[in-house]
Design a protein around this ligand. Structure first.
Ligand code: ADP
Ligand code: MG
Length: 619
């Protein structure tokens, strides 16, 4: 078109499109859920704006918040239309081509090292998946603040924008037309589209319609020679009465029934939100699918756990929380900038998925949603963020989240030694749950440790979730409850040692006496453990004692006092001799067996391991 303005794709976007176009990726189906997800986002946006300005929705069909799909088999075009917020000319230029999102290069990098194209939505570049199936794409869009425009591209490095003077006016919203590639023929099958919506987009909260063909029976005048014989045979096959056929043969029907194809909008999804249903009625499979859709995680894996509940009282809300099967790679790299992954709804209306007030940082790995009946609807996001009920919601969410995590352990047969007696009773021999807690710990254990550091109110609950290796843990991980159950009579403290690995620590002279006397010592080998132990002072009335620091007490102390007395002269001599070496004191030790002496840090100083960590950080 002559009037079209031409633009070049931003370089990274162009590379991304090349990768998609040339991809041999077999699961091309994913483009549809990406388009439907975008349509749903656009509908969420207009619905949110309409909360404070009803006019914005307009009238008639325009006010219907829906998604419509149509097929043109002859022209090989699949179109997906929404009545969402739409895009202005500027939006089209920026969003679909010239401004690369932070995820663009990350995704390109992933794809070059054999990453999974399925994850495209998580990187914020899902739109471009259209080029898996189409070689030419038109995006027609109408935003309330602008005229109707067409964006078009053959993915050849450039796109064009024109004011739309030839298509039917959309009123408001966006229509994406996919001119399907030769191989894309299957997406012209209605059944295929129905199947894909069921599979990937079942939990979209707006109705998705397909302009679907339907065979209907119509009555037409009967021909004289064919006197409705077909109907007769089909009836008599279900009839046990042999006489019927004879009687019918006398009557000559004046009309007959033939099949004719008509079209109508057929709704493909069930828009009743899953979180409004009773948890008893929702199947595991539905929760899994819901997780995939809400987390944009379309891997084959199931979430590790979920919790669906209804909070009542002063603050009412419904929530569904999920523990993902895997931690995102950058979970701890960007920990302090990470955003909560919960979606906030107020009375079914989507408000935001960037609400940091809902969960503390250490639980930001959870996915899910909260739908509140108590929060006000027609206020700005900023005002909502200040609302008092949020504190209550947060508190309850944390409780439920920690319960959910504890349940992973409770139901894991591998964990049966790690539990109190009451929990052991609950332990099921369910194979599917076997090893799940170790998996959780491996992915998210660090979050639990950061929780112990950050969340004093829930410290004890979080400490229960802690797992570690110890001198007695063998090949499994141990818990604090398990440690306590194995404590020796008269043992008052929980012993631990910090270092870089279990293998290194096992050789430590600090352990000699302790292991010989059969005391259990916890190995803390993660750098974060040093910080952790500055906050975790006690558990179930037992104090933690670093065995490499002074203050180690083992059982009876009376005999030990005599020893100290008789060696006083020697220890004093040593102290003077080492005065220039920054040695505080020299004492008789109760922790050694074979080694003659050991250097110990003072109770309040850094452990040797901490010195090592700090040194690594400053270098
Ligand atoms: P994401 O959805 O993660 O933002 P996409 O690549 O899927 O990334 O979409 C890019 C952007 O294009 C969206 O953020 C949105 O601004 C815009 N967009 C895409 N589809 C639509 C649509 N149907 N209606 C309005 N805006 C859209
Ligand atoms: Mg998207």
């Amino acid at each position: 078109r002559n009037s079209a303005e031409k633009f070049e794709f931003q370089a990274e976007v162009s590379r991304l499109m090349d990768i998609i176009i040339n991809s041999l990726y077999s699961n091309r189906d994913i483009f549809l859920r990406e388009l439907i997800s975008n349509a749903s986002d656009a509908l969420d946006k207009i619905r949110f704006l309409a909360l404070t300005d009803k006019e914005i929705l307009g009238e008639g069909d325009n006010a219907k918040l829906e998604i419509l799909m149509k097929l043109d088999k002859e022209k090989k075009v699949l179109s997906i239309r929404d009545r969402g917020i739409g895009m202005t000319k500027e939006d089209l230029i920026k969003n679909l081509g010239t401004i690369a999102k932070s995820g663009t290069s990350a995704f390109v990098e992933k794809m070059q090292t054999g990453g999974d194209l399925n994850l495209i939505g998580q990187f914020g570049v899902g739109f471009y998946s259209v080029y898996l199936v189409a070689d030419y794409v038109e995006v027609i869009s109408k935003h309330n603040d602008d005229k109707q425009y067409v964006w078009e591209s053959k993915a050849d490095g450039a796109f064009a924008i024109s004011e739309d003077t030839w298509n039917e006016p959309l009123g408001r919203g966006t229509e994406i037309r996919l001119h399907l590639r030769e191989e894309g023929g299957e997406y012209l099958q209605e059944d295929k589209l129905k199947e894909l919506v069921k599979k990937y987009s079942e939990f979209i909260n707006f109705p998705i319609y397909l302009w679907a063909s339907k065979e209907v029976d119509v009555e037409v005048p009967a021909d004289e020679d064919e006197s409705g014989e077909e109907e007769e045979t089909s009836e008599s096959s279900t009839s046990e009465d042999e006489e019927t056929g004879e009687e019918d043969a006398d009557k000559k029907p004046k009309t007959k029934t033939v099949k004719e194809t008509t079209y109508e909008w057929e709704v493909l999804n069930d828009v009743k939100a899953i979180w409004l249903r009773s948890p008893k009625e929702v199947t595991d499979e539905e929760y899994t699918k819901f997780y995939h859709s809400i987390a944009k995680d379309f891997s084959d894996e199931k979430p590790l756990a979920w919790s669906h509940f209804n909070a009542e009282g002063d603050v009412e809300f419904k929530a569904v929380l999920f523990v993902p099967p895997k931690a995102p790679q950058d979970l701890y790299e960007s920990y302090y900038n990470s955003k909560s992954n919960l979606k906030l709804y107020v009375r079914r209306v989507f408000i935001s998925d960037e609400f940091d007030e809902l969960l503390p940082k250490y639980l930001s790995f959870l996915k899910g949603l909260v739908d509140s009946d108590t929060l006000p609807l027609n206020v700005s996001r900023e005002m909502l963020q200040q609302h008092n009920s949020l504190k209550t919601i947060k508190k309850k969410l944390i409780r439920k989240a920690l319960d959910m995590i504890r349940k992973i352990a409770d139901e894991d047969p591998d964990e049966s030694d790690n539990k109190d007696k009451t929990d052991t009773e609950k332990a099921s021999e369910n194979d599917e749950k076997k090893g799940q807690y170790a998996k959780f710990w491996n992915e998210f254990g660090k979050s639990i440790k950061l929780g112990i550091i950050e969340d004093a109110a829930n410290r004890n609950r979080l400490a229960k979730l802690l797992r570690f290796e110890s001198t007695k843990s063998g090949s499994k991980l141990a818990s604090l409850d398990q440690y306590i159950s194995r404590m020796k009579p008269g043992q008052k403290d929980i012993f631990y040692i910090t270092g870089s690995s279990k293998e290194q620590l096992e050789k430590s002279p600090f352990l000699e006496r302790l292991t010989k006397k059969n005391y259990e010592v916890i190995f803390f080998t993660d750098p974060v453990d040093e910080y952790l132990m500055q906050y975790l002072m006690d558990y179930e009335d037992k104090k933690f004692q670093d065995v490499s620091k002074e203050g180690l007490k083992l059982g009876k102390e009376s005999k030990f006092k005599d020893l100290k007395e008789s060696f006083k002269e020697l220890t004093n001599w040593w102290k003077d001799a080492l005065a220039s070496e920054n040695v505080d004191s020299v004492k008789i030790s109760n922790r050694l067996d074979d080694s003659p002496c050991v250097v110990v840090t003072s109770k309040y100083g850094w452990s040797a391991n901490m010195e090592r960590i700090m040194q690594a950080q400053t270098l």
